[in-house]
Design a protein around this ligand. Sequence first.
Ligand code: GDP
Length: 608
Amino acid sequence: AHEEAMAARSKDNLRSPICCILGHVDTGKTKLLDKIRQTNVQEGEAGGITQQIGATYFPVEALQKKTAVVNKDGSFVFNVPGLLVIDTPGHESFTNLRSRGSSLCNIAILVVDIMHGLEPQTLESMRLLRERKTPFIVALNKIDRLFGWSRIDNNGFEDSLAFQKKSVQQEFKDRWDFVHTQLMEQGFNSELFYQNTNMARYVSVVPTSAHTGEGIPDMLKLIIKLTQERMTGKLMYLSEVECTVLEVKVIEGLGTTIDVVLSNGVLHEGDRIVLCGNPEPIATNIRALLTPAEMKELRVKSAYVHNKEVKAAMGIKIAADGLDSAIAGSRLLVVGPDDDEEDLMDEVMGDLAHLMGKVSKTGRGVSVQASTLGSLEALLEFLRVSKIPVASISIGPVYKKDVLRAGVMLEKAKEYAVMLCFDVKVDKDAKQYADEIGVKIFEADIIYHLFDKFTAHMKQLEEQRKEESKMDAVFPCVLSPIAVFNKKDPIVVGVDVIEGNLRMLTPICALKKNPVTGVKEIVHLGRVTSIERDHKQIPICKKGQPSVAVKIEGPNQPLYGRQLEEKDILYSSITRKSIDTLKEFYRSDVSNDEWQLIIKLKKEFDIM
Ligand code: GDP
């Protein structure tokens, strides 16, 4: 009796966990959501499932019904009052459900297509889940696509699998083994949910079909089990309000509203609230706390029901004045009787300031723009790990002023005149302006795609610089003349390469002591435009190879017999700049012997 009383009390004090669905596109996230929301009207099974703003609420009665097929003896006990599932699947809403760097999403379902295994966005989702330390299960979806699968609608998975032909069971096993290995490669140990003895160590994997509903009872039970076992501490009901802005939306007749998830505490009509705005904090009073009207109520004028108060966990729309500049992802705080409004403003703005503090101190770096505070935070963390410096950040759509800000880098550090935009719209004028001034805008809705694009950009710039520097790269060589075939325009000489390698386009010179002053002078002959042996063009002549005829062209060529003599040794004309260019772009192309030769020539040419 005592235990029952304890259970009852703790149950009263628990709030509903908040669940997000993540995964690669087309794995069936939306379909799964639809399937669990689906109610069986004939059997009167609605059970109070309610559509909220941005979320669906499943009261415990509905969960009990939906999991009955895998809880026939009723031995699994529900302690939570219900489950709140966020309606927008994907990592955008997951990253946004945050508070001071921790996640408000208590548990996540990572959907993987059993026919495809892990895909790029699966990896991205896993990275985010790891970063936010969010417990998750894997739904291995589309099991009905296994060849020859016989469906038993809405059945428990184990039972359905036992019912399959041997070949189907074998295909399942093979595909699951494959995903198991893939997960291992990402550093996650996993087990099929009914074989998992340690939920803290192994990720539970539940095979599902969003089409037949198989495995979905297991999935719901598993989520509740995981939250109850692993995080009752986090689910304790608190009087303190914990609330996050998911979206800022203009609604006809209501003005700018915010859709929020209230994850803890109670909100009342009329409450004084504070949230993060751009650039100023917002303090205002709740004019209306709105939830969607039920279908039958839709005949009445408004699509919304007004609530005097709402209790966590809950998805609601808030109407109030002054919400125009609200930032998605902002925390929402309630000003209590003992609170100082200014302090709370500092606190909410602190989230933005904290991110501002992450920009590079050198003032050199890329510009970063994201849809919400949460996605910006995730992106900045990723760029930090990837060692890409960030000079400025912004939230919301990209406008011309943002391009202007990024354009500052065109002067400072051209390679960083780049905007990395995550999950945001780019205004047409802004795009055009960026093209005009040479700011690159990279857009992606997967964070690491931005990294790939940026890395490709850097590589391309380097290739370009290498290409541009080609004429400055002078490989060293020393040539001993045999005969002069043409004295000028162009100069054609027969030579032996006695040091280094002679390449096309190498600038050639002779070193002459001025007979009057005794000072060493460099006489430039021009560049090598042809290397020929036995009347055949060759691209390179290496030290010790048979002699070649070399054509040298250039402006103001010296004349053999005047500024030059036929016996003069010829050199590749190296300079400080040519040496630096080799070091920067061609290090791997220069042999040890060639570096030695460069050092020797540096002395001859008096290069410091
Ligand atoms: P999302 O992009 O992850 O939200 O994927 P959707 O829910 O839109 O599903 C993508 C496609 O896969 C749609 O054509 C669905 O009908 C299909 N699909 C989703 N779940 C299943 C499933 O369990 N079995 C089969 N056969 N198809 C599915």
